[in-house]
Design a protein around this ligand. Structure first.
Ligand code: F6P
Length: 540
């Protein structure tokens, strides 16, 4: 048996022996918080409210080492073709590397062309923000980013997260091919003072190209100046030119930046327009600082590595199928959706890099919502449901609203309280005592105690920071990117491709002529045929 298989087997045994252990009991060790939390450059990662102990942690570390994390990380940063099924490197880190960054592929520097595009991008952002880019009706006041997946979730999330730093044009995001999305976004915007960004790595995504064409029609009909008010961001620059744009209107990036890793480069243009190039540089600097930490810190003190170890412990060893992301930071409300793509598109795989069936369950189902809202929706299940859902909380020490500091204290209290409640639960004896204090005794109290008590012992981790600045957001996103990478290394899978999404796209294209009645649906299954008949009959 190889070292990796042996490491997994050892972990499975440790997982079985953890059944029945109590997280609360682990805190008899007064030093637990210090020993099971990490700090790096202003971020605190607390993983003490889990069933990890020294032995289990050492076994997880043994696994990632045996899987070859360090050489694979070095290969990633060295520009090796780590995305084997697409024969590409994954060098998104180059876009946040700053002036000292040095990245090359096959010995060829990639920084010079990247910096040239970046200089154009920054000059454009500055000009728009300064009112020097004139639409047909005057300076640009609104920006509509048309993109989907990584060409939407990253910039939309970052613009919302960094709202206190926004002093540029208002940014809006359209992703869904549902005409309602574009319609509702454009309603109320001035086609003569709106900038449209068509963001698509491939420039052939059905949703984006359909929305782009409709937005172009809207702008033309409304008297906008397409030459000044339309730009494209893509790896397929020729397709953008074929769409009718001039070279000056197109910002390119290489195909070695995956869609879900692309917010750091030109796809981040909307963010740059909203918060300005200087703040955007801070965002990138946070990501670059996390890259340095990932590359240089010993594995046992390496935040992405330890974060991944916690994820592997919960998903692969203990078998918890999902994890909840709950930022106690309203402006991170879109972060769960962003991380959903990052984690599920990256690690939702069934075969190893060598194409063999993977021996472990792979990516967890990632979901969540901002706290405190989520508390009044899905936390009931987290506390008393039959499935254990590890939670990943985030919280800042301060908000940006100095006049509402008391709100922030309540927010922090709620975050810490939920983590504590998940761990402690509520014993039947406590419920009986509470009921007795309210005069409820005997059989009635016993019956109620069954409903009102719960065992707790549910794990959570907390990521804490001073406040959500551009730099902190950059650190957090890069932390998650590398965490996903480390998990993929442990599983032996390629986190940088996404072949599973292709079939649905092809089938959708093929269904359009059937919906339009131009083609028969004979070859389709009975369910699809029945649904087509029902929907065509009511299409209006
Ligand atoms: O459908 C999945 C996907 O390929 C994502 O990986 C990507 O972020 C998204 O579609 C959008 O792709 P594009 O930027 O090429 O339009």
């Amino acid at each position: 048996m190889g070292a990796v298989a042996a490491a997994w087997q050892h972990l499975q045994r440790l997982g079985q022996s953890a059944q029945g252990d109590s997280i609360s009991a682990l805190f008899k060790d007064e030093t637990r918080f210090a020993r099971f939390s990490l700090q790096a450059d202003g971020l605190l990662f607390d993983y003490s409210k889990t069933l990890l102990d020294d032995t289990r942690r050492a076994a997880l570390l043994g696994l990632v080492q045996a899987a070859g994390l360090e050489p694979q990380r070095d290969a990633l940063f060295a520009g090796a073709r780590v995305n084997e099924s697409e024969s590409r490197p994954a060098l998104h880190m180059a876009w946040r590397a700053g002036a000292e960054g040095q990245f090359a592929i096959d010995g060829q520097d990639v920084m010079a062309p990247l910096r040239a595009t970046d200089a154009r991008l920054m000059a454009f952002a500055k000009a728009v923000r300064a009112g020097q880019v004139q639409g047909a009706g005057g300076p640009i006041c609104d920006v509509v980013n048309i993109g989907i997946g990584g060409s939407d979730l990253g910039p939309a999330m970052a613009v919302a997260a960094l709202a206190p730093y926004a002093d540029g044009p208002r940014c809006h995001f359209v992703s869904n091919v549902d005409g309602a999305h574009l319609h509702d976004c454009l309603a109320g915007l001035d086609p003569r003072r709106t900038l449209v960004i068509v963001a698509s790595k491939t420039f052939d995504t059905l949703e984006t190209m359909t929305n782009a064409a409709s937005a172009r029609g809207w702008m033309q009909a409304g008297g906008g100046d397409l030459a000044a008010q339309f730009v494209a961001i893509s790896s397929a620059t020729q397709r953008a030119l074929d769409f009718g744009l001039r070279a000056e209107q197109v910002f390119g990036f290489a195909d070695w930046v995956g869609g879900r890793y692309s917010v750091w480069g030109p796809i981040g243009l909307a963010v740059m327009l909203a918060i300005g190039p200087e703040n955007f540089a801070q965002f990138r600097a946070g990501g670059a600082a996390m890259d340095r930490h990932f590359c240089t810190s010993p594995l046992a003190e390496n935040m992405p590595v330890v974060f991944a170890m916690v994820g592997l412990w919960h998903r692969q060893v203990l078998g918890y199928a999902t994890r909840a992301i709950v930022p106690y930071d309203q402006r991170l409300a879109l972060l769960p959706a962003y991380l959903q793509q990052l984690e599920m598109e990256s690690n939702g795989k069934s075969v190893t890099r060598a194409g063999q069936p993977v021996a472990q369950p792979t990516g967890a189902v990632v979901w969540g919502a901002a706290g405190t809202g989520g508390q009044h929706a899905f936390f009931q299940l987290l506390h008393q449901g039959t499935d254990i859902v590890p939670c990943e909380f985030m919280v800042a020490a301060q908000g940006h609203e100095a006049d509402l500091a008391h709100h922030h204290r309540l927010l922090v209290a709620n975050c810490l309280a939920q983590a504590e409640a998940l761990m402690r639960g509520r014993a039947a004896s406590d419920v009986l005592a509470m009921l007795a204090a309210h005069g409820v005794h005997g059989a009635e109290a016993q019956a109620l105690a069954a409903h009102r008590s719960f065992a707790g012992n549910r794990p959570s981790v907390i990521l804490a920071y001073d406040r959500l600045s551009p730099y902190r957001l950059g650190q957090i996103l890069a932390l998650y990117e590398h965490r996903v990478f480390v998990e993929a290394v442990a599983l032996g899978i390629n986190p940088f491709d996404q072949w599973g999404v292709e079939l649905g796209k092809e089938l959708a294209q093929a269904l359009v002529p059937m919906l339009e009645g131009r083609e028969e649906s004979d070859g389709k299954d009975g369910s699809t045929r029945g649904l087509l008949r029902f929907l065509q009959g009511r299409a209006g």
